[in-house]
Design a protein around this ligand. Structure first.
Ligand code: ADP
Length: 256
Protein backbone atom coordinates (compact mmCIF):
# COMPACT_ATOMS: atom_id res chain seq x y z
CA UNK A 1 0.00 0.00 0.00
CA UNK A 2 2.88 2.33 0.84
CA UNK A 3 4.55 1.59 -2.48
CA UNK A 4 1.32 2.33 -4.32
CA UNK A 5 0.89 5.61 -2.48
CA UNK A 6 4.45 6.56 -3.24
CA UNK A 7 3.98 5.67 -6.90
CA UNK A 8 0.89 7.83 -7.18
CA UNK A 9 2.77 10.64 -5.51
CA UNK A 10 5.47 10.32 -8.13
CA UNK A 11 2.89 10.42 -10.92
CA UNK A 12 1.35 13.48 -9.37
CA UNK A 13 4.80 15.03 -9.17
CA UNK A 14 5.47 14.34 -12.82
CA UNK A 15 2.11 15.82 -13.73
CA UNK A 16 3.03 19.03 -11.97
CA UNK A 17 6.36 19.19 -13.76
CA UNK A 18 4.90 21.11 -16.70
CA UNK A 19 3.23 23.69 -14.49
CA UNK A 20 5.87 24.36 -11.87
CA UNK A 21 9.39 23.42 -12.89
CA UNK A 22 8.98 24.01 -16.62
CA UNK A 23 7.81 27.52 -15.80
CA UNK A 24 10.92 28.20 -13.69
CA UNK A 25 13.08 26.64 -16.34
CA UNK A 26 11.61 28.87 -19.06
CA UNK A 27 12.33 31.92 -16.97
CA UNK A 28 15.94 30.85 -16.63
CA UNK A 29 16.24 30.16 -20.36
CA UNK A 30 14.76 33.63 -20.94
CA UNK A 31 17.55 35.20 -18.87
CA UNK A 32 20.18 33.27 -20.82
CA UNK A 33 18.73 33.96 -24.25
CA UNK A 34 18.29 37.70 -23.67
CA UNK A 35 21.88 37.74 -22.38
CA UNK A 36 23.05 36.13 -25.62
CA UNK A 37 21.00 38.64 -27.65
CA UNK A 38 22.63 41.51 -25.78
CA UNK A 39 26.12 40.17 -26.26
CA UNK A 40 25.47 39.70 -29.98
CA UNK A 41 24.13 43.25 -30.39
CA UNK A 42 26.70 45.08 -28.27
CA UNK A 43 29.62 42.73 -27.72
CA UNK A 44 31.52 45.04 -25.38
CA UNK A 45 29.15 46.95 -23.14
CA UNK A 46 28.22 45.40 -19.78
CA UNK A 47 29.62 42.00 -20.71
CA UNK A 48 30.57 40.89 -17.24
CA UNK A 49 27.20 41.69 -15.62
CA UNK A 50 25.34 39.97 -18.42
CA UNK A 51 27.61 36.96 -18.17
CA UNK A 52 27.16 36.85 -14.37
CA UNK A 53 23.39 36.73 -14.63
CA UNK A 54 23.63 34.10 -17.33
CA UNK A 55 25.94 32.02 -15.17
CA UNK A 56 23.54 32.28 -12.22
CA UNK A 57 20.63 31.21 -14.41
CA UNK A 58 22.60 28.21 -15.67
CA UNK A 59 23.60 27.25 -12.12
CA UNK A 60 20.04 27.49 -10.90
CA UNK A 61 18.87 25.42 -13.89
CA UNK A 62 21.47 22.76 -13.09
CA UNK A 63 20.32 22.74 -9.46
CA UNK A 64 16.71 22.25 -10.50
CA UNK A 65 17.59 19.31 -12.73
CA UNK A 66 19.65 17.78 -9.89
CA UNK A 67 16.61 17.94 -7.62
CA UNK A 68 14.41 16.47 -10.33
CA UNK A 69 16.85 13.66 -11.03
CA UNK A 70 17.18 12.83 -7.35
CA UNK A 71 13.41 12.82 -7.09
CA UNK A 72 12.90 10.63 -10.16
CA UNK A 73 15.66 8.21 -9.17
CA UNK A 74 14.48 7.47 -5.63
CA UNK A 75 17.24 5.03 -4.97
CA UNK A 76 16.27 1.86 -3.13
CA UNK A 77 16.65 2.13 0.62
CA UNK A 78 19.72 0.63 2.21
CA UNK A 79 18.18 -0.20 5.54
CA UNK A 80 20.23 -1.53 8.42
CA UNK A 81 19.62 -2.03 12.12
CA UNK A 82 20.42 1.40 13.62
CA UNK A 83 20.26 3.21 16.90
CA UNK A 84 18.36 6.39 15.94
CA UNK A 85 19.86 8.28 18.91
CA UNK A 86 23.32 7.52 17.59
CA UNK A 87 22.35 8.72 14.11
CA UNK A 88 21.05 11.99 15.56
CA UNK A 89 24.02 12.52 17.88
CA UNK A 90 26.46 11.73 15.08
CA UNK A 91 24.83 14.34 12.87
CA UNK A 92 24.32 17.01 15.53
CA UNK A 93 27.15 19.29 14.41
CA UNK A 94 25.85 19.35 10.81
CA UNK A 95 22.33 20.10 12.02
CA UNK A 96 23.61 22.91 14.25
CA UNK A 97 25.56 24.41 11.39
CA UNK A 98 22.38 24.50 9.27
CA UNK A 99 20.91 26.89 11.86
CA UNK A 100 22.38 30.28 12.69
CA UNK A 101 23.47 32.21 15.76
CA UNK A 102 19.95 33.35 16.65
CA UNK A 103 18.68 29.77 16.76
CA UNK A 104 18.93 27.69 19.92
CA UNK A 105 19.16 23.95 19.55
CA UNK A 106 18.00 21.40 22.04
CA UNK A 107 18.39 17.69 21.59
CA UNK A 108 16.60 15.39 24.04
CA UNK A 109 17.28 11.73 23.47
CA UNK A 110 15.52 9.07 25.50
CA UNK A 111 18.14 6.54 26.53
CA UNK A 112 18.17 2.87 25.54
CA UNK A 113 15.79 3.03 22.61
CA UNK A 114 15.49 -0.27 20.78
CA UNK A 115 16.99 -0.28 17.25
CA UNK A 116 15.09 0.45 14.03
CA UNK A 117 15.66 -0.83 10.50
CA UNK A 118 16.50 2.31 8.60
CA UNK A 119 18.60 3.83 5.82
CA UNK A 120 20.98 5.88 7.98
CA UNK A 121 21.95 8.45 5.34
CA UNK A 122 18.38 9.10 4.28
CA UNK A 123 17.35 9.42 7.93
CA UNK A 124 20.01 12.07 8.47
CA UNK A 125 19.03 13.90 5.26
CA UNK A 126 15.46 13.86 6.53
CA UNK A 127 16.51 15.56 9.78
CA UNK A 128 18.47 18.14 7.81
CA UNK A 129 15.41 18.88 5.64
CA UNK A 130 13.26 19.44 8.72
CA UNK A 131 15.89 21.58 10.43
CA UNK A 132 16.38 23.78 7.35
CA UNK A 133 12.61 24.30 7.11
CA UNK A 134 12.52 25.17 10.83
CA UNK A 135 15.35 27.66 10.37
CA UNK A 136 13.58 29.25 7.39
CA UNK A 137 10.43 29.58 9.52
CA UNK A 138 12.38 31.60 12.13
CA UNK A 139 14.04 34.55 10.40
CA UNK A 140 14.19 36.34 13.77
CA UNK A 141 15.56 33.32 15.61
CA UNK A 142 13.97 30.86 18.01
CA UNK A 143 14.28 27.30 19.26
CA UNK A 144 14.60 24.01 17.46
CA UNK A 145 14.07 20.91 19.55
CA UNK A 146 14.79 17.40 18.40
CA UNK A 147 13.52 14.70 20.74
CA UNK A 148 13.23 10.93 20.67
CA UNK A 149 11.02 8.67 22.75
CA UNK A 150 9.63 5.18 22.69
CA UNK A 151 5.89 4.87 22.18
CA UNK A 152 3.42 2.02 22.11
CA UNK A 153 0.74 2.70 19.51
CA UNK A 154 -2.70 1.20 19.38
CA UNK A 155 -4.08 0.00 16.06
CA UNK A 156 -4.54 2.90 13.60
CA UNK A 157 -3.82 5.52 16.22
CA UNK A 158 -1.46 7.27 13.80
CA UNK A 159 -2.54 6.98 10.17
CA UNK A 160 -2.70 3.35 9.19
CA UNK A 161 0.20 2.17 11.35
CA UNK A 162 -0.34 -1.25 12.87
CA UNK A 163 -0.25 -1.51 16.66
CA UNK A 164 3.20 -1.96 18.16
CA UNK A 165 6.30 -0.30 19.49
CA UNK A 166 7.73 2.68 17.65
CA UNK A 167 10.34 5.31 18.12
CA UNK A 168 8.92 8.80 17.89
CA UNK A 169 11.24 11.51 16.59
CA UNK A 170 10.02 15.07 17.03
CA UNK A 171 11.39 18.15 15.34
CA UNK A 172 9.79 21.28 16.82
CA UNK A 173 10.32 24.93 16.08
CA UNK A 174 9.03 28.20 17.50
CA UNK A 175 8.69 29.78 14.06
CA UNK A 176 5.98 31.37 11.95
CA UNK A 177 3.77 28.25 11.89
CA UNK A 178 1.37 27.73 9.01
CA UNK A 179 -2.26 28.10 8.06
CA UNK A 180 -4.40 24.97 7.79
CA UNK A 181 -4.37 25.40 3.99
CA UNK A 182 -0.58 25.26 3.90
CA UNK A 183 -0.51 22.43 6.44
CA UNK A 184 -2.79 20.34 4.22
CA UNK A 185 -0.35 20.65 1.32
CA UNK A 186 3.14 20.46 2.88
CA UNK A 187 3.84 16.89 1.76
CA UNK A 188 2.74 17.59 -1.82
CA UNK A 189 5.58 17.50 -4.37
CA UNK A 190 6.56 20.99 -5.62
CA UNK A 191 4.41 22.77 -3.06
CA UNK A 192 6.38 25.68 -1.66
CA UNK A 193 5.63 29.09 -0.17
CA UNK A 194 9.25 30.17 -0.52
CA UNK A 195 10.39 32.61 -3.16
CA UNK A 196 11.76 31.37 -6.46
CA UNK A 197 15.31 30.16 -6.00
CA UNK A 198 14.84 29.41 -2.28
CA UNK A 199 12.51 26.43 -2.30
CA UNK A 200 11.76 23.54 -4.63
CA UNK A 201 8.87 22.12 -2.65
CA UNK A 202 10.44 18.67 -2.87
CA UNK A 203 11.90 18.42 0.64
CA UNK A 204 8.88 17.28 2.59
CA UNK A 205 7.48 15.09 -0.18
CA UNK A 206 10.79 13.20 -0.16
CA UNK A 207 10.68 13.01 3.63
CA UNK A 208 7.14 11.65 3.43
CA UNK A 209 8.10 9.04 0.84
CA UNK A 210 11.11 7.91 2.87
CA UNK A 211 9.28 7.63 6.19
CA UNK A 212 6.32 5.70 4.76
CA UNK A 213 8.64 3.43 2.75
CA UNK A 214 10.44 2.70 6.02
CA UNK A 215 7.17 1.48 7.53
CA UNK A 216 6.61 4.66 9.51
CA UNK A 217 4.42 7.72 9.47
CA UNK A 218 4.98 11.47 9.70
CA UNK A 219 2.44 13.91 11.05
CA UNK A 220 2.51 17.69 11.26
CA UNK A 221 0.93 20.04 13.78
CA UNK A 222 1.26 23.80 13.62
CA UNK A 223 -0.06 27.00 15.15
CA UNK A 224 0.28 30.23 13.21
CA UNK A 225 2.86 32.57 14.77
CA UNK A 226 3.74 29.98 17.41
CA UNK A 227 5.50 27.12 15.73
CA UNK A 228 5.41 23.75 14.05
CA UNK A 229 5.97 20.17 15.11
CA UNK A 230 6.83 17.28 12.88
CA UNK A 231 6.49 13.87 14.54
CA UNK A 232 7.89 10.80 12.84
CA UNK A 233 7.03 7.30 14.01
CA UNK A 234 9.43 4.57 12.97
CA UNK A 235 8.86 0.91 13.79
CA UNK A 236 11.47 -0.69 16.03
CA UNK A 237 13.04 -3.98 15.06
CA UNK A 238 10.66 -6.72 16.10
CA UNK A 239 8.36 -4.14 17.68
CA UNK A 240 5.67 -6.61 18.57
CA UNK A 241 7.84 -9.14 20.28
CA UNK A 242 9.90 -7.34 22.87
CA UNK A 243 10.69 -9.82 25.59
CA UNK A 244 12.66 -7.62 27.94
CA UNK A 245 10.43 -6.44 30.73
CA UNK A 246 12.64 -3.43 31.20
CA UNK A 247 12.00 -2.18 27.71
CA UNK A 248 8.33 -2.91 28.07
CA UNK A 249 8.15 -0.91 31.27
CA UNK A 250 10.12 1.96 29.85
CA UNK A 251 8.00 2.12 26.73
CA UNK A 252 4.74 1.96 28.69
CA UNK A 253 5.84 4.97 30.72
CA UNK A 254 6.03 7.18 27.66
CA UNK A 255 2.85 5.89 26.08
CA UNK A 256 1.15 8.80 24.33
P1 ADP B 1 10.58 23.94 0.41
O1 ADP B 1 11.31 23.99 1.72
O2 ADP B 1 11.50 23.84 -0.77
O3 ADP B 1 9.56 25.01 0.25
P2 ADP B 1 9.28 21.62 1.53
O4 ADP B 1 8.56 20.48 0.87
O5 ADP B 1 10.40 21.26 2.44
O6 ADP B 1 9.77 22.56 0.37
O7 ADP B 1 8.24 22.51 2.35
C1 ADP B 1 7.03 22.91 1.73
C2 ADP B 1 6.42 24.11 2.43
O8 ADP B 1 5.96 23.72 3.74
C3 ADP B 1 7.36 25.28 2.71
O9 ADP B 1 7.49 26.11 1.59
C4 ADP B 1 6.65 25.98 3.87
O10 ADP B 1 5.57 26.77 3.41
C5 ADP B 1 6.03 24.83 4.64
N1 ADP B 1 6.84 24.44 5.81
C6 ADP B 1 7.66 23.38 5.90
N2 ADP B 1 8.23 23.31 7.12
C7 ADP B 1 7.78 24.37 7.82
C8 ADP B 1 8.00 24.86 9.17
N3 ADP B 1 8.83 24.23 10.02
N4 ADP B 1 7.34 26.00 9.55
C9 ADP B 1 6.49 26.63 8.69
N5 ADP B 1 6.24 26.21 7.42
C10 ADP B 1 6.87 25.11 6.99
Amino acid sequence: ANAALFQSQKMEALGKLTGGIAHDFNNLLGVISSGIDMLQLQPRSGDSRTLDSMRRAVERGAELTQHLLAFARQQPLQSKKCDLNELIAGFESVLRRAGNSSIRFEIKLQENLPPSLIDATRFQTTLLNLVINARDAMPKGGNITIATSGVLLKEQEIGTLPAGHYTKIMVNDTGCGMTSDVMARVFEPFFTTKEIGKGTGLGLSQVYGFITQSGGEIVVASTLDQGTQFAMYLPIVDGKAIAHDEHEEQLEKVLI
